[in-house]
Design a binder for this molecule. Sequence first.
Ligand SMILES: [Zn+2]
Length: 467
Amino acid sequence: MDKDTILRLVAEVPDHDGFPLVDDLHARFDALAAAHPDRVTVTRIGTSRLGEPLNAYRVGAGSHTAVIVGGVHPNEPIGSWTALHLATTMAEDPDTAAALDTTWHIVPTIDPDGMRLNEAWFHDPHDRVFYSRHFYRPAPDSQVEWTFPNSYKSVYFDQVLPETLAFMRLIDDTEPDLLVSLHNGEMGGVYYYLSEDLPDVIDVLHAVPAALGLPLDTGEPESPFLRELAPAVFAMDGIEEAYDYLEELGVDPGEHIHGASSASWALRHGALCMVAELPYWSHPDADDQTPTDESYADLLRRCADELGASGTELQEILDTASPMLTIETPFLEGSRAFIPMLVSTPETDHARADREPADRMATVAERFGCEDLVRCFRLRYGGMLLRALEAETTAGTASAPLRRLRDRLAERYALWQADAVSDAAPIPVRKLVGVQYGAILACASHVAEPTRASRPRLVTTNQPGGS
Ligand SMILES: [Zn+2]
């Protein structure tokens, strides 16, 4: 399938208001399967921690195999529409399906329990303040994406979640040529992770956002050790690179690295792995290479200190609240994992800053990226701690001191909300889905090429990242 065809298909992606609720998403997939019993087969692959069946939908019967999984981070629902649009196209458009000659195994959402805790903002993803106030991201050890088995130097991880086990079995049963776990970012521009340096694919990965008028994210990368294959396209290097980088920096990697990603598992089968990271809001600064008058080292230190100060404030509230809390919510579990990370991350950033040459000026894109990460983390994790405390005030189990603590946090949070209002532009959902869909088509086209070499086996790497 050539680039023009992919761009045409991307332009046909329909628009939506917001994102589908979990039940709605499942109902749409079931309706598709019922309408095309000859093309779509449903297989139960596991059970969520709260008892919900996890289904994979097999679409088509091509000679290549692709596994596409949504909800690997349940706060990232762009993939819900992408998965549905992909399944619908492959079931109902015989020409497109034939061109890619692929059997698709599509999981609409692998973590329905976590996704339901985000549903309150799905009808309006364009208001960042509302979004953050109703945001939920599982603690790292409760994320499907980062709980695949891992063993490297001092790190040994085998606390595989039931959802992750289902995902592992799907990969092992299908031995995919292509794995796409459906992620998205939040603010700025479009970027990607790709497990192989493929110029033909990268060309399309750049062309699709350009055709839709979306900027690439060329500022501060999500992790400092990332290897850039092309602008806004990063290698899906292994957790080994992250570990060695932190070790060399003098930071204990064991505190930051736990499980591996789905890509690390699929690479054992020689799969091409791709992740597309899309923001809900774009900002012109995200792709502005103009130098600022602040050195990059000073920028890192300034943002690290701001993040550390907010983390310390949240930690103090959490510590004071802890003896009074009686309800073990996912919000509390997440707060107990993320808030200490906000407190400890500045140490890493200061160590990085000390190595940067003093005369290297930060670009506008880097400044935007660093400053916005502070805004993002305050809103996300302040909001989750608020939800943890409000579980007690709503249930009637909160003492008066706990209620006052909740009010104090709400007051602080309102200031962070006011600080987060910016001139960022909401992106229409059809464009976000279009980028993810186009990226999948580009990778599937590459995999379907007769010239693609026989697949390497048992390579163990994975991708870093927090989006
Ligand atoms: Zn993610």
